[in-house]
Design a protein around this ligand. Sequence first.
Ligand code: GLU
Length: 418
Amino acid sequence: MQNYNPYENMLHTLDIAAEKLGYTRNDYEVLRHPERELKVSVPLQLDNGEVHVYEGYRCQHSTLRGSAKGGLRFHPDADENEVRALAAWMTIKNAIANLPYGGGKGGIKVDPKTLSPRELERLTRNFVRRIAPIIGVNTDVPAPDVNTNAQIMSWIADEYSVLKGEWSPGIVTGKPIEVGGSLGRNEATGRGCLIALQGYLAKKNLDIKNMTVAVQGFGNVGSVGARLIAEAGAKVIAIGDSSVNLYNPNGLNIEKAYEYANANNRSLTGYSEPGMITITGQELLTQDVDILYLAALENQINKDNMKNVRAKIILEGANGPTTNDADTYFFEKGVDIIPDVLANGGGVVVSYYEWVQNKAGFYWSLEEVNERLTKNMQNSFEAVWQMQEKYNVAPRLAAYMVALERLVIETTLRGYNC
Ligand code: GLU
């Protein structure tokens, strides 16, 4: 496996975006460096009395447009470099969605599946105490990401509020509805992916009906997105998560698989239906399908396997699933990518709506949330599309260009020392 450095990947694309737009290094040098990074040691007394200490991180890549904003992931592969790249991608994503947010990301290097629910709660609360000095409703607002969910967000809101001495629901988004979450937030990333896909299909005069789809990842983004894409008329023939990959040439019953995984600790292990067989992860990625929906982790399609990919369209629900090499290869080959910073922006868009509702203390209907989300995604899609057409560049580069243009204008207006 080649050396993979996601932050370098991000810088590479940013530099090309700047060059295309005619910017000098001075115009955007600030954005090449994360503003603030915190590494913490998070203690946890296990249920059996043993004490373990885990590494935790929070990176605020930019606060130029507003609070740093982005998720927290609990994963054994989380580290400073990954979190730094993910934070920078949030800066780009939030600028494309035109939200008044900068970019941030954090996490704990841990496999949460090895912890009991009580241990997970204690670890989360201890992490909040460690990062409390740098987060805040108007400075840095975390959210769910890989292996974190509404329950964990609820513990974060509670712990932070205790430290602060007042109920502060706006400290975190992706909370359960009962403690200040927004209707529609749970489905927002998957729904946003569908809206971006529909935008693309409309431009190309293509119909989603009977298109075939392979889905990598069956967490929140993968499973909700797969469900909505199937509902819209496509045939999902392969799905997979970290434990198993399933294939049915006649189309899988996504509704059934979704319910199964939800009741089975979000895992597809043990799921079966008539006509289905199991395949390998690489077989899933290289299926002869119209759409490959990547909703797992970074660096899934790279130099090693890009030439085996047979899909015509790649929809990125995960952050950073396609490397720069693969990006260039697909652009030359005519495979279209709907890039992460555009496609999966629906999550943070509805996070923003949740935060606005928390600040106002006034809550919206699901229709209102979804209507605004749809408009926002359509506007973002259009902005990226226009950029792509104007400069004849790959969609990811166009997306970075949209973000960079907005960020540079703001830097110029505010001054270079901000
Ligand atoms: N973790 C999600 C992302 O990567 C959501 C971030 C948020 O809602 O702040 O976009």
